[in-house]
Structure formats: C-alpha cells, structure tokens
Design a protein around this ligand. Structure first.
Ligand code: SF4
Ligand code: SF4
Length: 660
C-alpha cells in the first residue's frame, strides 16, 4: 500500500485566492471586535487581574471542558456535541493549512489515517448536534429559548458547512479512490452513492461554496450571538473571585453620582459580560420573579442592556470625541423597566446557573442605587424602611430602645454583662422585632444555654446589619449602619460572631471587610451542628416523617451551606428527610430577599405561594427553614393558602429546642 496521505487543494485551481478572501473575512471580524472593544472601553475601571492560575483552570474546566454547560444534561450534551465537533474540525482545518502553506508534512502515514477517522467522527457529532439544536429550538420550543433571526441564520449555516464538508470528501474519494478510503467512513459511504461523471466539476463548485460559507461564518461572529464563542471563555477568565455575596462599595464622600443611570456608568467588565450571553435562558428558568409572572427575566435584562449598549455606545463615543455632553440616556424606565429592577429578590439563582459567569445581581443593584440615591424613585413601601433604618436602625421603624425587649425573662447575657464571651450573637432586626423570628431567637438562646456556650448579645447597641438598605440600593444608609456595627464589634471582646439570619451572615462576613470589619462569622446551623457533634446537645429524634428543608438563598447559593441544616434535620427526624422538587443550588426563593420582604408583591403570583405549594405537592408536613425571612414568608403563605391543617413551617432552632 502507498503511504496514506492526501493531496491538499486537489482539483482546485486558483486556490491562492482563498487567502485574499480569508483576509477580507478576518478584516470584517476584526472590525466587529474593535467596535465591541470601543463600547466596553466606555465603562468605568475595574480590577479583574490576579488569580491567573485559577482563571486559566476555570477556562480549561468550564469552556474547554464544558463542565458548566453540562450542569444540565440535555442542552449540555447538545452543546458539547456542537462544541467538540467544531473544535476538532477547526484543528483539522488548521493542520491542512499548515501542511499546504508551510510544507510541514503532518498528514501522512498512520497519523493521517487516524486523523481522517477522527475528523469524520467529529464531523458527524457536529452535524447531529446542530440537528439536535434545531429540533429543540423549532420543534420542542422550550419557553426559555426565544427565537431570533440569528438562530435562523447560524444553525442552518453551520449545518450546510458540515454537510458540504462531507460531500466534498465523498466526491474526492469517489474520483481518487484511495486504498485507505475506509478510514474516512462517512466520505467513503457518500462516495458509494455518487455519480462519477461530473464529480470533479461539482467538487470545484462545492469547494468554493463551502469556503465562502466558512468565511462568512468567521466574518459574522462579532455581529451575532456567535460572538459568545469568543466572549464566553473571556468572561469565564475574567470572573470575579470575590465572595459571591459581596456587592461593590461606593465612595460616598468623593462620588458625584451613585449607581448606574447611563450605560457608561457600568464598569468595563460589566459591559463586556453582556456580550458573553449565549441566550441559553438557564437564568430565566431559575428566576423566581420570572416564574411568578413578574416582568423580570435575567436573560432579558442582559440582552436588553446589550442592545442598549450597541445603540447608546456610539452616541457616547461621538460626544466624548467632540468634547460635548451627550443627550441623557437613562436605562431605568427605558431599556429596563423599573418593575423589572424592583422585582429581583437577589436570590442569585441566575448567576449560579449561568454557564458563562455573567453577573446579573450587581447590575440590578447598581440600577437600584441610581434610582434611590440620585432620583429618590423607589417603591413607596421603602420610605418607611429607609426612615426606620436611619432613625431607629431597623427596617420596621420600631423604637431602637425596644430592640432588647425580647430578652426579658430569658437568661441571655449582653456584652455589658459578659465582656469576654466566645461568641458574639448578632441577633438581627427580625430576631429582635419580628414575632415569628423572635421565637427562633428564644429557641436559640435555650440551645446555647443548654449546651453551656459562652456567648453574649449586644442588646440595644446592635443595629441593623444593613442588608435591606444595601440590596434596595440605599448604599448611604447601609454604610452608616455597617460602620456603627463595626465600631461596636471592635469595642467588645469575642472570638466569633454567630447569627441566625443568613442575610446578616452574608453582610457581616462578606461586606463588612470593605470597611475594615474583619470577623469570623458563622451561621447558627453550623454552631448547632458542632454542638451536637461535640456531644454538648443531645437531640431526641422524633420520628418526624414527611419533613423537608427549604434552602435559604443567602445560605445555600451564597455560601454553599447546604449540609449543616440537613444534618441537624436528620438528627431530629431520626434519619429521614425528603427533598422538594427544587433544592440545594436549584432551590426556589421564598420571595423575601433583596429587600422584597418589605415591598408589596402586586404583579403576577406570589413567590411564597409557589414555594409552599411545591412543599404541599411533595406531601411535606414539616418544612424547616434556617432564615427569619423564609420563616415569615412561608408561614404567611401557609396561612394565605389555608394549608394550616397540613403543613407546618418551623425554624431549625425551634425544632432543636423542642427536642433537647
Ligand atoms: S437574583 Fe434571583 S430574582 Fe434576581 S434576577 Fe436573578 S434569579 Fe431573578
Ligand atoms: S445570562 Fe447566562 S444563563 Fe442567562 S441566557 Fe445568558 S448565558 Fe444563559
């Protein structure tokens, strides 16, 4: 047998012209890329350097390895088929060019045979992946995939490129009939069906057609959603390594504007990540606001902002060049409605499930900040919340002197009584003022006393952690509260802070360091579990059946604390714990995060109703929670849906206290 190889550019006269066309396609590609870079450069500075090894690993794992895409099996497999086929065919084409133009003899002998086989295999995978995508988009039509013109161009274009590639191979094999043709099984099979008479002429026409489409594909990338091919790995590389729950801070004293009103007030990274969106809709699928018929869809927000950037950016560039003031271009109320902005519960489900690391929540809070701090435009219910936070350091506007009233009759030491406690218990506003959450505080106090834990509370010296202020965009009030608490913490002695509220937990742990307050903070479920494991708490298991646990967003998705509450619940039930349909990182918000707890929910259905219905549908009789807001939201839902007879919502500390 002759040495297996292949004559590159067989049957193609004037193939050098392809370099000219390739140059043209690349020029269009570079122009498109340049246009987007100019738009990103409109953004404010942001540091995304450092963590180089972690960043490279992230790209290898999630972009090349497709791990983030594979978190959902069906669309994951589809994407992996298209992606892997594309990558292998791209590498194959590159090797062909290297051999043709740099005379590097690669494609011969045994390597060539395997090369042919692998390319055929991945060519098939690629085509089936595209067919799968077409079927899903146009036949199955899941709600999260809205169909745009781009889809009608891109998928057929890729399919035609793949199919013509195989036809070319078949025609070449039909004419040349190499001894090793069977190593290209698809081409070989096609060759068997072809009429040889006009094969060379058809091959020439098809070759130029195939090349033209491939070059159009390259040129089209930066002008379409195909841009994500480039931008998704870039965005993954640039992803934030800050704690997930940490919002950016504002230099209140030295800033003239606060938050984002116009598109150029986002940072360059926030603008860049708009271009990484693959339109997959996974964020929308998980969003409690979208799922309860609110106008908010995180996917739509990202794509609307992307369109707004494309439209508004050139105006801003022109004004900058001319040194003039641009016409005002406010986002809120135009590109994104205020109802969308205020519907977000900051539950982080969108970010958790976005396969390309797009950061939705900070953008939404930035838009809120501008509405609140620049325009004083916010849902009227927040008036009382802001007033309460400013004057009484709690969102209910209860007299600050009554913050310690719940301590009455309980054996709970304050820091003034006990100056060197191991744990400083940050009770939080709900735990101090809200009747339902006060029951949790009382239960937790019993647990701590029973286990002999050395602890103290701040009593009237405690102030709201600031979470509702920060999440609703009132950064000014947040910073005021944060600084007051930090000063208080620094004035007392303790080893760790413990809190029963995941919102306080997040703010104290992730956001107070922005103001110099670095403390070790734990959630009460972590401490309770530790006490059980150390034998300091003995729980009589109840044989409670049909019990489940509802993950708080700020504990689960924000801090990956999924297991501690479940382990405690298993001690209570004696081992059995049911899971609802949505749990762990897919858990469904109670509707109370992002200061939504304090706002009316007048559009669509109520999020807490959807969640409690899910528990009822799963036959849950005891639904445990580990957050005061989840507790109230879900208890209210039980009442409103008249499920009192069948389902009880209880805080884990209460369940523990009942059994020690
Ligand atoms: S944070 Fe939650 S509510 Fe807000 S957009 Fe994302 S998924 Fe929707
Ligand atoms: S933001 Fe992320 S999850 Fe949402 S559609 Fe875009 S790529 Fe998909």
């Amino acid at each position: 047998m002759d040495t297996p190889t292949r004559e590159i550019y067989w049957n193609i006269q004037g193939h050098d012209l392809i370099y000219l066309f390739f140059g043209l396609a690349m020029a269009v590609f570079c122009y498109g890329l340049y246009r987007r870079i100019r738009l990103w450069k409109l953004g404010q500075p942001e540091d995304r350097s450092g963590h180089i090894i972690k960043r490279i690993w992230g790209v290898l794992k999630d972009a090349l390895g497709q791990m983030s895409v594979m978190r959902e099996t069906t669309p994951g497999i589809m994407h992996v088929m298209i992606f892997s086929g594309f990558v292998v065919l791209f590498i194959g084409t590159l090797l062909v060019f290297l051999q043709a133009d740099f005379s590097i003899q690669i494609l011969f002998g045994q390597f060539y045979l395997w090369f042919s086989l692998i390319l055929d295999l991945f060519g098939l995978i690629f085509i089936f992946g595209i067919l799968f995508a077409l079927f899903r988009r146009y036949i199955l039509r899941p709600d999260r995939l809205n169909i745009i013109l781009d889809d009608a161009i891109i998928l057929p274009l890729l399919l035609i490129i793949g199919v013509t590639g195989f036809l070319l191979e078949g025609l070449r094999i039909a004419v040349k009939d190499p001894q090793w043709a069977e190593w290209s099984p698809v081409g070989y099979w096609i060759a068997g069906w072809l009429n040889l008479e006009q094969a060379e002429g058809i091959h020439r026409i098809l070759w130029w057609g195939h090349m033209a489409l491939s070059l159009i594909f390259i040129a089209y990338i930066p002008f379409s959603k195909l841009f994500h091919v480039l931008m998704s790995p870039t965005n993954m590389y640039l992803k934030s390594f800050k704690p997930r729950g940490e919002l950016s801070t504002i230099d209140i004293e030295n800033s003239e504007t606060f938050g984002v009103s116009d598109i150029n007030e986002f940072t360059w990274k926030q603008l860049l990540d708009l271009d990484a969106c693959t339109h997959c809709g996974r964020c929308q699928d998980q969003c409690p606001a979208y799922n309860s018929d609110k106008p908010l869809s995180p996917k739509k927000i990202i794509l609307d902002l992307q369109r707004h950037l494309t439209k508004r950016g050139p105006e801003l560039i022109r004004a900058k060049k001319a040194g003039t003031e641009p016409e005002p271009g406010v986002i809120a109320g135009n590109a994104v409605t205020e109802d969308e902005i205020w519907a977000c519960t900051t539950c982080m489900a969108c970010q958790e499930h976005c396969p390309v690391a797009i950061e939705h929540v900070q953008k939404i809070v930035d838009l809120r900040r501008s509405l609140v701090l620049m325009d004083s435009q916010f849902p009227q219910e927040l008036n009382l919340v802001f007033k309460g936070l400013e004057t009484n350091a709690n969102p209910w506007n209860m007299g600050s002197a009554s913050r310690a009233d719940w301590l009455e009759g309980l054996n709970v030491p304050t820091a003034a009584d006990k100056s060197d406690a191991d744990y400083l218990w940050f009770v939080g506003c709900a735990g101090a003022f809200d009747d339902k959450a006060r029951a949790t505080s009382e239960a937790f106090a019993r647990i701590l006393n029973k286990a002999g834990v050395s602890y103290a509370v701040l009593g009237v010296d405690e102030q709201c952690c600031g979470d509702p202020a920060r999440r609703s965009g009132n950064e000014y009030v947040f910073q005021m509260l944060a600084q007051a608490n930090i000063e208080m913490f620094q004035a007392v002695k303790f080893k760790k802070i413990v809190t029963a509220c995941p919102h306080c937990f997040n703010v104290l742990r992730n956001e107070y360091p922005q103001f110099g307050g670095r403390f070790e903070v734990i959630h009460h479920t972590e401490l309770i579990l530790e006490l059980i494991r150390d034998g300091k708490l003995e729980i009589k298991s109840s044989g409670l059946t049909s019990a489940s646990y509802h993950d708080s967003c700020y504990l689960g998705r924000y801090h990956d604390i999924y297991q501690a509450p479940r382990d405690i619940m298993k001690k209570i039930t004696g081992g059995e714990l049911k899971e609802m349909k949505r749990h762990h990182d897919k858990s469904f918000c109670c509707g109370g995060g992002g200061a939504r707890f304090f706002m009316e929910e007048t559009i669509g259905s109520r999020i807490n109703h959807l969640r409690i219905q899910e528990a009822a549908d799963a036959g849950i009789q005891c639904l445990s929670v580990a957050c005061p807001f989840c507790l109230t939201m879900l208890q209210d839902a039980v009442k409103e849906k008249e499920l009192d007879g069948s389902i009880k919502v209880k805080e884990i500390a209460q369940l523990v206290a009942e059994r020690i």
